[in-house]
Design a protein around this ligand. Structure first.
Ligand code: NAD
Length: 286
């Protein structure tokens, strides 16, 4: 079995190039999509994410508005800022980078974001829309997983997909999206018994566990498709996923690498959401 590597970087690049053309058309109509990014505190990982998001906006021709606030900022100040951004016509998407400092209630801040501008897809209104199949903004990493599968011509309908992880930002929404694509979905988590037995039945495995190299090739069915959402550091401090990439070679039919798999897709889908939010708010047909 020759395992094919899914090149998330190049798929993400195609998406960004498509969006760049779309933004150009919007700009000709006098509409420039704008993303506001709010970062509170000095978390180095968050700073890297925020800077990548700004670069992506620049690349596709969108405006980005950056609010980098000190860690002692109060919850009220962030809520007021979100309120101002909700009412700002130049801002079509609002992203509050998580995690927030401990003295803030993340849910309260997410709830404050106008659901039409909630490009992270974390507002309960968007989560609810996803669960009952209504239009809304879908969270970026789960949307990126589906797009990776589709653009790699991997059929989802009728397949048994095993999602490992049940978080609100990855496991649960990706499970709902797979269901929407007509897969049979099993969700595993920290209390699941005999994970290997469940994984052996999977045509498609989505790993969102947060444990380095947790899923190995011996746990997979032959020719399974493996999508690795994890971003971890291995014992040598090297970036790695939740899947042991090496041991899956020759077993999996397709696999995403870390880095260069799901990661770049998250930003591409964020840009997609910003453009979608702008067209929705400006009343432009997609
Ligand atoms: P999380 O910690 O919120 O959730 C982890 C999930 O794994 C939980 O639902 C838990 O039940 C499950 N789990 C833990 N131990 C397990 C075990 N032994 N067996 C089975 N399930 C187990 O993490 P998250 O936010 O969903 O993120 C998961 C991973 O994805 C992390 O590595 C994170 O860094 C990465 N991530 C990547 C991107 C991206 O853009 N590529 C985006 C978000 C998260």
């Amino acid at each position: 079995m020759n395992t094919q590597i899914i090149d998330g970087k190049s798929i993400a690049q195609s998406i960004k190039d498509e969006l760049k053309m779309k933004v150009q058309t919007l700009r000709e109509q006098g509409i420039t999509p704008g993303l506001a990014v709010v970062l509170v505190g000095e978390n180095p990982a968050s700073q890297v994410y925020v800077s990548n998001k700004k670069k992506a906006c620049e690349y596709i021709g969108m405006k980005s508005f950056s609010y980098e606030l000190p860690s002692e900022t109060t919850e009220k100040e962030v809520l007021d800022l979100v309120e101002t951004l909700n009412n700002d016509k130049n801002v079509h998407g609002i992203l509050v980078q998580l995690p927030l400092p401990k003295h803030m209630d993340e849910q309260k801040i997410i709830l404050k974001i106008d659901p039409l501008k909630d490009v992270d897809g974390f507002h309960p209104q968007n989560v609810g829309a996803l669960s009952i199949g209504l239009n809304g903004l879908i969270s970026c990493t789960p949307a990126g997983v589906i797009e990776l599968l589709k653009r790699s011509q991997i059929e989802i309908a009728g397949k048994h997909c095993v999602v490992v992880g049940r978080s609100n930002i990855v496991g649960k929404p990706v499970s709902l999206l797979l269901l929407r694509e007509h897969a049979t979905v099993t969700i595993c988590h920290s209390r699941t018994k005999n994970l290997s037995d469940v994984l052996k039945q999977a045509d498609i495995v989505i790993a969102a566990v947060g444990i380095a190299k947790f899923i190995t090739g011996t746990m997979l069915k032959s020719e399974a498709v493996v999508i690795d959402v994890g971003i971890n550091r291995d014992e040598n401090g090297k970036l790695c996923g939740d899947v042991d990439f090496q041991s899956c070679q020759g077993v999996a039919s397709y696999i995403t690498p870390v880095p260069g798999g799901v990661g770049p897709m998250t930003i591409a889908m964020l840009m997609h959401n910003c453009v979608l939010a702008a067209t929705n708010q400006e009343g432009v047909l997609n």
